[in-house]
Design a binder for this molecule. Structure first.
Ligand SMILES: [Zn+2]
Length: 452
């Protein structure tokens, strides 16, 4: 047997299965064999990964590339992705005009600039998006159409969106349900309640991270989850609850899945809900929608990763400069750059501190997003025939996070100064090494668009 690359002596981390000692052979960008012994195999390149763990590359299904610095972010943010072992990310397009032009602009920019593979989602915000949905699915390969339950009335008008209400959601679900692999990622917050709470808190002079939580309390998340699952069941449209933040939201979605067993409902959380709460002295940096919650909520979300109630950890990556985080809690911009740290956070805070099994981490970060977002079996596993998208991890490597080492457009990290243990030391995209020992060595232009 002759192959182009052999990863020798590693422990393979097979999603939901466990660890297997095997050598992994790559040819033509694909995994072609898992071998107990590769004696007799000729390889053009051999990489010895003794003592390391070979994960399927992280697939981050939730990023907002371009919100801080436009299209050039496909370079900076994918560079950061490679450092974190992320081999494919999906970014949300978001505007109320027809999507074809924006789609091509983003696809071309990412093909030229990105270091790792990528896909695109759309955000359904106007009737024209409903009318053109078949074209987006069939011609552009976009099967996932996000809905913001919070872009209603005045909040929508402020963003230039009108008519984005429960009626629109019902029509969107009905339309998406017709397509194989159709899925609605859904932002679940009841904004009508938030407006009234926010106004009172602002008038009372509150200006702290906890006030942000108090203005969008967990029940605004859980009530919206109920409504979303109710309509998902009615229309038979699969939904994906993005960024679950609270124990109350978690209880709600678990109850709703029991009550509506025929509804297809997936649940995502993000690194910041696993590491941050409103009692921490981080102020505006941790401002995000939905808000970071209490210490008890943090532990409840970890439990859900351990027991299977949550399917995916995505980053909700937004890369804006630190200056945008200034001002009062009400003025600061929301969101944080999390894409490069999904895997290091799960390894350090999950595997090392809470016993989260490695195979479960591979499931949450790779196998599940690949399956849910319609790119399995090409992505999301170490099986023969899959793309050789791989993150080789040194579980004992300890590094202190700095914004510089990640290199996002954002000049800060929520984890600045955090010592994390467990880092990818090698990232491969379709058999090409794109990151080695924390340095990106891959080439732009290698990235491929992942059509669904
Ligand atoms: Zn988001």
């Amino acid at each position: 047997m002759k192959v182009e690359l052999l990863l020798k002596n590693g422990q393979l981390v097979l999603p939901s299965e466990g660890l297997v000692r095997a050598d992994l052979a790559v040819e033509g960008g694909k995994i072609v064999a898992l071998l107990a012994s590769s004696d007799g195999v000729q390889a053009r390149e051999v990489i010895d990964v003794s003592g390391k763990y070979v994960f399927p590359g992280v697939i981050d299904p939730h990023t907002h590339v371009g919100l801080g610095n436009g299209l050039p972010e496909y370079a900076t943010e994918s560079h950061a992705a490679a450092i974190g072992g992320t081999t494919c990310y999906f970014s949300f397009l978001m505007n109320s005009a027809p999507y074809a032009d924006t789609f091509h602009e983003h696809r071309q920019a990412a093909e030229k600039l990105s270091y790792v593979d990528f896909g695109l989602h759309m955000t359904a915000m106007s009737d024209v998006h409903l009318q053109e949905l078949p074209k987006y699915v069939e011609e552009l390969g976009v099967t996932t159409h996000k809905f913001f339950m919070s872009f209603k009335g005045d909040e929508g008008a402020y963003l230039g969106v009108t008519g984005s209400d429960d009626g629109f959601m019902f029509d969107l679900f009905s339309a998406v349900a017709r397509f194989d692999k159709g899925l609605v990622p859904i932002h679940t917050e009841n904004i009508e309640v938030v407006w009234r709470l926010r106004k009172r808190l602002q008038e009372s002079g509150r200006n702290d991270l906890r006030a942000w939580n108090d203005s969008r309390p967990p029940f605004t998340e859980s009530e919206a989850i109920y409504r979303a699952v109710y309509y998902a069941n009615l229309t038979r449209c699969p939904i994906y609850v993005v960024h679950l933040s609270s124990a109350e939201g978690l209880r709600e979605v678990c109850q709703d899945k029991e009550r509506f067993p025929e509804a297809t409902v997936y649940v995502e959380t993000c690194p910041h809900y696993l590491t941050h709460h409103y009692e921490m002295p981080v102020g505006n940096l941790a401002k995000v929608n939905p808000p970071v919650r209490s210490p008890q909520d943090v532990e409840a979300i970890w439990q859900a990763l351990l027991n299977g109630a949550i399917d995916v950890v995505g980053s909700d990556h937004v890369s804006r400069r630190r200056e945008k985080k200034q001002g009062t809690i009400w003025q600061a911009s929301a969101g944080m750059p999390g894409m490069p740290l999904v895997l290091p956070v799960l390894l350090s805070e999950g595997y090392h501190k809470r016993g989260l099994p490695l195979a479960r981490i591979a499931e949450l970060t790779s196998a599940n997003p690949a399956r849910i977002f319609g790119c399995a079996p090409r992505k999301g596993s170490l099986a023969v025939g899959a793309d050789a998208d791989i993150a080789v991890v040194d579980l004992e490597l300890a590094k202190t996070v700095s914004a510089e080492m990640l290199g996002t457009y954002a000049d800060w990290s929520l984890y600045e100064g955090w010592p994390l243990r467990g880092w990818p030391v090698l990232t491969l995209v379709r058999g090409q090494v794109v990151m080695r020992d924390g340095k990106v060595v891959g080439k732009q232009g290698h990235a491929q668009y992942v059509a669904r």
